[in-house]
Design a protein around this ligand. Structure first.
Ligand SMILES: [Fe+2]
Ligand SMILES: [Fe+2]
Length: 155
């Protein structure tokens, strides 16, 4: 597996969860469970991706700006998640706000897969593409485990 394939696995998970969340109505257990899954997936992916994909890309002139842009978008998504966390699941506005987050996330994933991956493919040495995938998977697993108890304790 290379770093691009590893990142895509989580992208597909995010797309699947977001699509299922949009089908929920009101404060149902499914919405709570799926949203919880979604935000933990998003947070663990962004953290591991910044460390094992964007950080190495900062080192190359041709990918520095795109890497910074990607990380800025992670920050924007975090803010949308924070806003959503403050809303009641039963509020009619919840799904409106979630759709904003979904649009932002989908745009970001498209941007990564269609622009950043191509540029990164040209600058990263072949061997790094597989070693970064392993690093990413380790980091992702650690963040994903760490995320769970922390956030569920917050409610
Ligand atoms: Fe990503
Ligand atoms: Fe990302």
């Amino acid at each position: 597996m290379n770093i691009f394939e590893a990142l895509r696995l989580s992208h597909d998970t995010q797309r699947g969860l977001a699509t299922r969340i949009l089908e929920t109505q009101g404060d149902v257990p499914e919405r709570r469970t799926l949203y919880n899954e979604f935000k933990h997936e998003l947070a663990a992916h962004a953290a591991a991706e910044e460390r094992c994909f964007y950080a190495p890309l900062i080192a190359f002139d041709s990918t520095m700006a795109q890497a910074r842009h990607g990380m800025a978008e992670h920050h924007e998504m975090d803010e949308l998640v924070d806003d959503l966390n403050k809303m009641e699941f039963s509020s009619p506005g919840w799904i409106v706000q979630f759709r904003k987050l979904r649009d932002k996330v989908f745009h970001h994933l498209e941007d990564e897969e269609h622009a950043i991956f191509q540029l990164a493919g040209k600058v990263l040495p072949e061997g790094d593409k597989t070693s970064l995938a392993r690093d990413y998977e380790e980091e992702f697993a650690t963040f994903r485990l760490g995320e769970m108890p922390l956030n569920s304790a917050e409610g």
